[in-house]
Design a protein around this ligand. Structure first.
Ligand code: SF4
Length: 195
């Protein structure tokens, strides 16, 4: 069914696909807007598309995406339970971090996505998303798994799945974070069911 949110997201995605707001438009194969359920109450936010995402046009579809899917499935979440997007909609070349001016140029699109999706829970995947959404001095090793509130939305950061692939010793801590996400998600479902 084509809902109001889905239509609004499609219109925004079309706008993003034409964007030339920063120099990444010159090196991208295509823009990477988002995937998942527009009606979901959980929004996951990463930093930027990688090589597989740039090729396929969807976020989190490479090895890191498969690991993320594994964690989400472990806590009982399916794709219909969440929506996933990135701060940047175009791939920074050579796996480099997004530049501040690229984030500034692209953030209005993410803000529009958040307005349309109206999530109740946001999970920042990695330092870059956490520093943009939670606090500029956010340190992922110190504050991952802690809950914050931003504009009435429950917000947490956990490790980016690429970081877990690079350093498997963080996987146990990440799993604890995902268990907290499951608890919060389930509490939210119960709240909604009792309305
Ligand atoms: S990264 Fe964002 S601002 Fe830059 S060209 Fe792509 S869509 Fe536009």
């Amino acid at each position: 069914m084509q809902t109001e949110k889905k239509s609004a997201l499609e219109a925004l995605e079309k706008e993003v696909s034409l964007c030339r707001g920063c120099s990444l438009c010159q090196t991208r194969t295509q823009t990477v807007f988002g995937r998942g359920n527009a009606e979901a109450s959980l929004l996951l936010i990463g930093e930027a598309p990688g090589e597989s995402e740039d090729r396929e046009g969807k976020p989190f579809v490479g090895a890191a995406g498969m690991l993320l899917d594994h964690y989400l499935a472990f806590i009982g979440l399916e794709e219909e339970d969440y929506y996933i997007a990135n701060i940047l909609k175009c791939r920074p070349p050579h796996h480099r971090d997004p530049k501040p001016e690229e984030e500034e140029a692209c953030m209005p699109f993410l803000r529009s996505q958040v307005r349309i999706l109206n999530p109740k829970i946001i999970i920042c995947l990695g330092r870059i998303a956490a520093q943009r959404i939670i606090s500029p001095d956010f340190r992922i090793t110190r504050s991952h798994g802690e809950w914050f509130r931003r504009g009435g939305i429950r917000v947490m950061a956990t490790f980016h799945p690429s970081a877990l692939l690079r350093d498997p010793s963080k996987k146990e801590a990440a799993l604890d974070d995902f268990k907290k996400i499951a608890e919060e998600f389930s509490a939210l479902q119960n709240e909604t069911a009792n309305i």
